[in-house]
Ligand binder design. Structure first.
Ligand code: DAH
Length: 362
């Protein structure tokens, strides 16, 4: 092939590259030019038939053509990749401000207990509490003894405890009967000041319309050098206002007794019931929702804290109870029956995360 022929071949190939409309067509051009059976390979085959002198100059000319074609291919490839990306970005643009379209993925819903736990967490986080956790299977020490309920204490009978078989070392684990052992874990692992809540599952061998063998509580604990009963009342009142989303929640603090607090109180919420509808803050019916008090000095001693220096309050609230009250769900057993109709009716949208700013349950 003569030099002008080589030039015109190069011109043709560069034209084909320049006019390739997309990456696939460009690849066709590349294969036709540089592939195993392409133009350049065919030219190389002709080399053998040439004299040494011609071979040198022809070889150089073919290499020049090859380099020019490769460079043009690479440049075009980059251009086309960029264009393909822009087209893809434009096509896949998503308006993230659009509301979620209910589709098959929206079939699942958030269980009211999970929703209420998120609401509780949001409210206490806003008051500076952090989240503490403990296991469902607890030691007898954490669940009872450290909470000032020693082995022969009558309060043990009230708890309808699920016991595990005795371990070789003589200890007997339990399914925790309340979230209060998380108080012990928190105080053993951290130094005051402490301000935590601990939501979770608890277990008691008990079952009727208002009791299930597994239910949910949230524990609260504040320990420092100056917290007093006034703070406890304020925190609980603020919590109830935020949680029930009404300004005047009727609350009743009744003197009570718990081994781990002194003094101790139980708190009731006022409500009325018309037909099946529950109205919080009206009427003269009361529902107990929590127990609370100032942490007992013996509990502080059990976790090596000096009661002369440290004090604080604790509370334990029934999550299922307050969920029933807020969302008007009359039967506790339905919570755990796994009935799809019930879940569809009372469940929450997965993306409707409760925040104080946006309204907890809206
Ligand atoms: N643990 C108690 C129960 O399950 C509730 C409770 C009462 C927790 C008083 C507390 C408290 O932290 O101070 O019945």
């Amino acid at each position: 092939m003569s030099a002008p022929e080589l030039d015109s071949l190069q011109g043709e190939l560069l034209n084909a590259i320049a006019s390739a409309p997309d990456l696939a067509k460009l690849e066709d051009v590349r294969i036709a030019a540089l592939g195993r059976k392409g133009h350049v390979a065919a030219l190389m085959e002709q080399l053998g038939a040439l004299s040494a002198h011609e071979r040198r100059s022809f070889g150089q000319a073919v290499n020049t053509l090859k380099d020019a074609v490769s460079a043009a291919l690479e440049q075009k490839r980059q251009e086309l990749t960029q264009i393909a990306l822009s087209v893809q970005l434009a096509a896949e643009q998503a308006d993230v401000t659009l509301p979620v379209r209910p589709g098959p993925l929206a079939e699942g819903s958030i269980h009211p207990v999970s929703q209420v736990m998120d609401e509780i967490t949001e409210i206490f986080a806003d008051m500076g509490f952090s989240i503490a956790e403990g296991p469902d299977i607890e030691t007898d020490f954490n669940n009872f003894t450290a909470l000032n309920i020693p082995p022969e204490h009558p309060a043990r009978q009230d708890h309808d405890t699920f016991y595990f078989a005795e371990r070789p070392d003589g200890t007997r684990p339990v399914l925790r009967t309340h979230t209060s052992p998380v108080q012990i874990r928190t105080m053993l692992a951290n130094k005051p000041p402490l301000r935590v809540i601990a939501p979770g599952r608890v277990y008691r061998s008990d079952s009727d319309q208002t009791h299930t063998p597994m239910f949910h509580q949230v524990e609260g604990l504040v320990i420092d050098e100056e917290t007093h009963l006034g703070h406890l009342k304020w925190v609980l009142e603020e919590f109830c206002k935020a949680f029930f989303e009404i300004q005047d929640v009727k609350m009743r603090f009744r003197a009570s007794h718990f081994p781990f607090t002194e003094p101790s109180m139980e708190v009731d919420i006022g409500y009325s019931k018309q037909g099946d509808e529950i109205r919080i803050g009206e009427g003269d019916q009361w529902l107990e929702i929590l127990g609370c008090g100032m942490v007992h000095p013996n509990v502080l001693r059990n976790v090596e804290l000096d009661p002369e220096r440290y004090q604080g309050f604790a509370f334990g609230m029934g999550i299922d109870r307050i969920a029933m009250l807020k969302y008007g769900m009359p039967d506790l057993r339905a919570f755990f029956a796994g009935d799809l109709c019930w879940l569809k009716h009372y469940g929450f949208m997965p993306l409707a995360v409760p925040t104080l700013a946006a309204g907890l349950s809206s």
